[in-house]
Design a protein around this ligand. Structure first.
Ligand code: HEC
Ligand code: HEC
Ligand code: HEC
Length: 429
């Protein structure tokens, strides 16, 4: 056979394969219904808790926008997607969706009219939720104020702008039924596993992704990843980490409270803690129990092995760059963070050296925190840091990072700091 004939045959087979998969995964439209106020008030109240556990509002509310009305841009490696309006507006929201249509979207990632939803909507996790929780969530969503708002058109790259291709992705990665309790584990552990692996979708940020954006499995589960330029640290082995977590510290961290011996959440983790702060305490305790049961993590390259908490290096031992960093720190940071080692104990917050950002293998989260700051959290006025992107140069941030790392992990300085800061700053655009 000539090469051209082979190519033609292969091309034909590929086209047939695509059509076959699309046919296999084809889903019909579900008839529209008239929006109606849910009658069961208890279900509405429970559904609100499920919504907080699932962080729905974090993605479905744009900054300064109306609650759950969508239009938040999500940057993916394949282009920008806008979240949809999930208020019960019948024209622009999900007012015409029956509970069956909603449930199919949550489990299978299929919209009411039958089109496939992109997996940036974490249905691979939500499909593990119980029927009961999905039903309560539906009741709650039908009870919120309808808002008329349509998201801007998505800007996905070819070929991912062709939605039926998601059928392939689903064939490979859309697995697993609602989670069943594991016998031999406590009720608390099972509850925690359900919340972490199901509605909480924690691994969508804390597990590395493969080249088509699906979570890696096996020992990569919870091995850490990068999201919006921030490192989401590994969650495996938290109890045996270099700065180990106790149950009480982890519960405090997850609820956005001051966690003794640990830094507080910043970046993409901050809104997640806001959701957990409104959940019942017993649920967050269950999540901590489950997380602390993971086996030891794989070692992270460059992570601090020998931290020095509290002991300040004498100024005479600092390099020139570190001295510059110390002066900048005194001017811009020490008002809140105190001398590098003796934290002013703003609200009894532990010193910076206990933050994972200082002990990590790379300066990424330190740099991100300095560039972006930490937005104000309702009810926690001391959990705020201003952004320094416009006030400090790359070289100045690098000097501060070198100084701080030298204070807390003198045996493992970070290399190439200036270039790293420049590179992280450019990623933002
Ligand atoms: C990580 C961000 C993210 C989170 C968290 C999230 N969603 Fe979404 N959701 C999306 C995106 C993006 C879309 C649009 C996908 C598309 O257009 O293909 C979407 C679509 C939907 C749709 C389809 C709506 C339509 O009109 O097609 C429903 C229903 C939905 N989400 C409900 C929820 C609920 C309920 C929760 C919480 C349990 C939730 N989402 C959490 C990102 C998210
Ligand atoms: C949107 C992405 C995202 C989601 C979803 C997410 N995290 Fe995080 N998480 C992060 C990032 C980023 C950090 C680092 C924050 C920082 O440095 O301040 C983090 C930090 C953490 C830490 C601190 C780890 C350490 O070593 O300091 C814990 C614990 C944690 N997350 C648990 C969870 C749990 C439990 C869930 C699910 C309920 C979750 N995360 C969901 C992005 C996420
Ligand atoms: C207005 C007070 C304030 C100022 C000024 C401030 N910070 Fe912060 N910073 C905070 C608070 C509050 C936190 C979170 C508290 C915690 O970790 O317990 C934080 C957290 C951090 C973190 C940890 C981020 C993470 O991902 O966990 C780093 C690193 C940091 N600050 C560095 C700096 C540096 C460097 C400067 C000066 C350029 C600075 N901060 C100035 C209040 C401040």
């Amino acid at each position: 056979m000539k090469a051209r004939t082979v190519a033609k045959t292969l091309g034909g087979v590929a086209v047939l394969g695509v059509l076959f998969c699309i046919w296999l995964m084809w889903e019909p439209a579900i008839a529209p219904v008239k929006p109606s106020m849910p009658a069961d008030k208890a279900a509405v109240a429970r559904g609100r808790m499920v919504l907080e556990a699932g962080d729905c509002a974090v993605c479905h509310t744009a900054p300064g926008g109306k609650y759950l009305a969508g239009s938040l841009p999500l940057k993916t490696p394949f282009g920008t997607l806008y979240t949809t309006n999930i208020t019960p507006d019948s024209e622009t929201g999900i007012g015409q969706w029956s509970e069956a249509a909603f449930s199919r979207a949550m489990r299978d990632g299929v919209a009411r009219d039958g089109h496939l939803l992109y997996p940036a909507f974490p249905y691979v996790h939500y499909r593990k939720m119980s029927d009961h929780d999905i039903s309560d969530l539906y009741a709650y969503l039908m009870s919120v104020d309808p808002v008329s708002q349509t998201p801007p058109p998505n800007r996905m790259m070819f070929p991912m702008n062709f939605r039926p291709l998601v059928a392939f992705w689903n064939l490979l990665f859309r697995h697993g039924d609602p989670l069943e309790d594991q016998p031999g584990q406590s009720a608390q552990w099972n509850r925690g596993r359900y919340l972490v692996e199901g509605p909480g979708h924690c691994s969508s940020c804390h597990t590395p992704l493969n080249f088509i954006g699906a979570e890696k499995g096996g020992s990569d589960h919870f091995a850490g990843s990068i999201i919006d330029g921030w490192t989401a640290p590994p969650l495996a082995g938290l109890s045996t980490a270099i700065n180990p977590w106790t149950q009480g510290e982890l519960v405090a961290y997850l609820r956005g409270e001051v966690a003794p011996n640990h830094g507080a959440a910043a970046g993409p983790m901050l809104p997640v803690t806001h959701g957990m702060a409104t959940m019942p305490l017993a649920d967050v305790e269950a999540m901590a129990t489950y997380l602390l049961s993971f086996a030891e993590a794989q070692p992270v390259a460059g992570a601090c092995k020998n931290p020095s908490f509290g002991a300040l290096q004498p100024a005479s031992q600092l390099s020139q760059i570190e001295q510059q960093g110390a002066a900048l720190f005194a001017g811009s940071c020490s008002g809140c963070h105190g001398d590098a080692a003796t934290m002013r104990r703003l609200d009894d917050r532990p010193d910076l050296g206990h933050s994972s950002a200082l002990l990590a293998g790379t300066p990424r989260n330190l740099v991100k925190a300095v560039l972006e700051g930490i937005p104000m959290s309702v009810g926690a006025p001391s959990h705020y840091m201003p952004p320094f992107a416009d006030n400090l140069s790359d070289q100045q941030i690098a000097a501060i990072a070198q100084y701080l790392r030298g204070q807390y992990c003198p045996s493992q300085p970070w290399g190439n700091l200036s270039q790293t800061v420049t590179q992280i700053r450019q990623e933002e655009k």
